[in-house]
Design a protein around this ligand. Structure first.
Ligand SMILES: [Fe+2]
Ligand SMILES: [Fe+2]
Length: 418
């Protein structure tokens, strides 16, 4: 093997990459000091059926970068993940031979892979164009495959002596799924990534509590009339869309909980509204007593907070979803707008608000939410005035606040552009 021109190729699912993967990569670069190594997470392993809950390619790539990132002369490639269809090694080798014509390629694998080498697509091409570096672990007997492949195909096989290590990605995933801590098998940054992206069912106690809260809420939705249920799911969908477009860091489950409970008392009779208010110790102001339509926001927020244990920020989004208020939080804005932009609502005002949102979004994503809110508030005030109805002071304050802050934003931009 010509060491100076050697390029190692270490492919696999790396789902997740663990200490034995890293040890093998290091053993290769240690054994061939002039060599470089490409780590290649694959798209769909030809010999494996992916189990449900396996991580997406994007996550496996990110974890591979964290796991192998500090090894010298080692790089992680996204070539196979970007390719279409099944990842076949011979296609990657063809590509690498074109990209690195001066290099001798070397496939890195364990003895188990060597045993099924002749099942690999275009294995003769692979054996003719690549050397093999095979991990031999501890006191494992060296299989007869090595001699057989050498004799039958002239395979250029090198052995990498490794410590025996029973760890596998399957074991790591199982430990995580069962709530254990696989820190001895993974690099700290890989484990942090798994936890923060909730891979392999790595739910925390808080996640589990939220999960059971959402299950209770979904059960509650079944008690609503079909029309209200359709609207509720429509608001959830619109809220997800707004959160994704403008506040991707918002906890998706909190968005869902607020959206799903926003009208949970809307179908209560007047009497039921009063009983609920009394039971949850909330009071209607003069306007809410005059306008029954406003009451469900007050009782809905109370039910969400007390009966379902929703955090304050989600309960407040429900409280202000009909009137809005000055200086709203992202979740409050989202719920107020989602109630208007639910695709099931076909009244003139909702259609107009929906259209405005898309226009503002296309023109300027940064201010689209506030501009749509201002439009919705101004139109609502206009309609209430025409109908000679009282306007909630929170609605006026919300309108004035947004008008001012958008004017400030416009002035700032004008000054910046001069
Ligand atoms: Fe409502
Ligand atoms: Fe609603």
């Amino acid at each position: 093997m010509e060491q100076k021109r050697l390029l190692g190729l270490y492919g696999g699912t790396f789902d997740p990459p663990h200490r034995a993967h890293v040890a093998l990569a290091k053993a290769f670069t240690d054994a061939f000091p002039e060599a470089e190594l490409l780590i290649m997470p694959c798209l769909i392993p030809p010999h494996k059926v992916r189990e449900a809950g396996a991580a997406e390619g994007e996550d496996r790539l990110a974890m591979a970068r964290l796991a192998f990132g500090e090894l010298e002369r080692t790089d992680v490639s996204d070539y196979e993940l970007r390719s279409e269809g099944t990842s076949y090694t011979y296609l990657t080798v063809k590509h690498l031979k074109e990209q690195y014509p001066q290099r001798r390629l070397c496939l890195i694998m364990g003895q188990d892979n060597l045993a099924i080498m002749e099942k690999w697509r275009e294995y003769r091409y692979l054996l003719a164009n690549c050397s093999l570096a095979v991990a031999i672990r501890g006191d494992e007997p060296i299989s007869g495959d090595i001699e057989r492949l050498r004799k039958a195909y002239g395979a250029d096989i090198h052995l990498l002596n490794m410590e025996k290590d029973e760890v596998s990605s399957t074991t790591v995933r199982r430990i995580i799924r069962e709530g254990g801590n696989p820190k001895e098998y993974l690099k700290g940054t890989v484990l942090d990534y798994i936890r923060s992206h909730r891979l392999y069912g790595s739910a925390t106690e808080e996640d589990k509590a939220m999960q059971s809260l959402l299950a209770r809420i979904y059960a509650q939705i079944n008690c609503l009339s079909p029309k209200r249920r359709r609207h509720t799911y429509g608001v959830e969908k619109a809220a997800f869309m707004l959160a994704k477009n403008h506040y991707p860091w918002l906890d998706r489950r909190l968005v869902a909980a607020a959206a799903l409970l926003h009208d949970c008392t809307k179908e209560y009779s007047e009497e039921e509204q009063l009983i609920t208010a009394e039971r949850f110790a909330v009071y209607f102001n003069e306007l809410e007593l005059e306008a029954p339509k406003l009451r469900h926001a007050v009782t809905g927020a109370a039910v969400a907070r007390v009966a379902f244990g929703l955090p304050e920020e989600a309960a407040n989004a429900i409280l202000y979803h009909t009137t809005a208020k000055a200086d709203m939080t992202p979740l409050e804005k989202i719920l107020y707008l989602a109630d208007f932009t639910d695709e099931n609502r076909s009244d003139e005002l909702c259609v107009a608000v929906r259209r405005r949102y898309y226009e503002y979004f296309a023109a300027d994503r940064g201010t689209a939410v506030d501009r749509t809110l201002l439009y919705a508030l101004e139109r609502s005030i206009e309609i209430l005035t025409e109908e000679c109805k009282k306007i909630h002071p929170h609605t006026i304050e919300a309108r004035n606040f947004l008008k001012e802050s958008l004017a400030d934003e416009d002035n700032k931009r004008r000054a910046d552009s001069q």
